[in-house]
Design a protein around this ligand. Structure first.
Ligand code: SAM
Length: 256
């Protein structure tokens, strides 16, 4: 068995490879003994792909533990927002490779935890990797991992004391309305329980107008609601604050 847990970054390596291969192909064409016009055109076409390859590689480096470790730092920030005595149940929606739920298991040693994810084939995460990571980190006896969609959680109303989620709601493809996915997360939270959600909540194309989103949640029965812009909570490299990366990221936290 591996000795060190392995947490993949939020950047899909296959995507990075696709952009890298396209960039390389265009660059090779510029070196071929063909029509000069085609070589120049190929060089121009290569530029956006080289730029995206650079941004994605930089993000992998900054998110990974061998680089800036920002993915782990962001999970730490979410854990730090959980204000709880630690007795009861926690749910992580879209648990990925288990990094956040494993941190929560360590922070709250009396809790029992569940991580759900759809683990689609276009992600490099899997249920098996989650189980392996939890085992390596010594918390596997308290965490259940379950394949399910965030749009239809296989739980009764008000089962959990704490519900967290990181960068998942915007990824849920089987629900057009992402606010419905947030409501589904709140459905399984106990009355008085706390939620901490980090997502691209400032992206209007995904979640609509920010004020309307907050109002929706209040109307839905959220008793206490706080929002935190990620760049006000921690120092992040400028490139990670690009709107296509974490520029629209925000934490919504509160109680039902
Ligand atoms: C950006 S990753 C974040 C993973 C993890 N929360 C983290 O912070 O490391 C998005 C996650 O959403 C999951 N996901 C996508 N669609 C989902 C769905 N319908 N239900 C549950 N999880 C889903 C993906 O499998 C992936 O693990």
């Amino acid at each position: 068995m591996r000795k060190k847990a392995k947490y993949q970054t939020w950047i899909r390596i296959y995507k990075l490879l696709i952009f890298f291969i396209i960039s390389l192909t265009f660059l090779v064409v510029t070196l071929l003994p063909i029509n000069l016009y085609l070589r120049v055109l190929s060089g121009i076409l290569a530029l956006p792909f080289i730029y995206i390859t650079f941004i994605l590689s930089y993000c992998v480096y900054q998110f990974a533990s061998f680089g800036g470790n920002y993915q782990s730092k962001i999970h730490d920030l979410i854990v730090s927002k959980v204000d709880w005595d630690g007795e009861g149940r926690i749910l992580d929606i879209g648990t990925g490779s288990g990094s956040l739920i494993i941190k929560l298991a360590k922070a709250f040693p009396s809790s029992s935890l569940t991580g759900i994810d759809y683990w689609g084939s276009n992600w490099e995460y899997s249920e098996a990797k989650c189980r392996q990571n939890a085992e390596i980190e010594g918390v596997s006896d308290r965490i259940d991992f379950l394949k399910a969609s965030a749009s239809e959680l296989p739980f009764k109303d008000e089962e959990f004391d704490i519900v967290v989620s990181c960068l998942t709601f915007h990824e849920v493809k089987d629900s057009q309305n992402k606010i419905e996915v947030i409501k589904e997360a709140l459905r399984v939270l106990k009355s008085g329980g706390q939620f901490v959600f980090l997502d691209l909540f400032m992206d209007e194309k995904i979640f609509g107008n920010e004020k309307e989103l907050l109002n929706h949640l209040k109307v839905y029965g959220v008793a206490e609601l706080n929002s935190y812009k990620i760049d006000e909570e921690m120092n992040l490299p400028k490139l990670l604050l690009n709107k296509k990366v974490l520029g629209n990221a925000m934490i919504l936290s509160g109680r039902k």
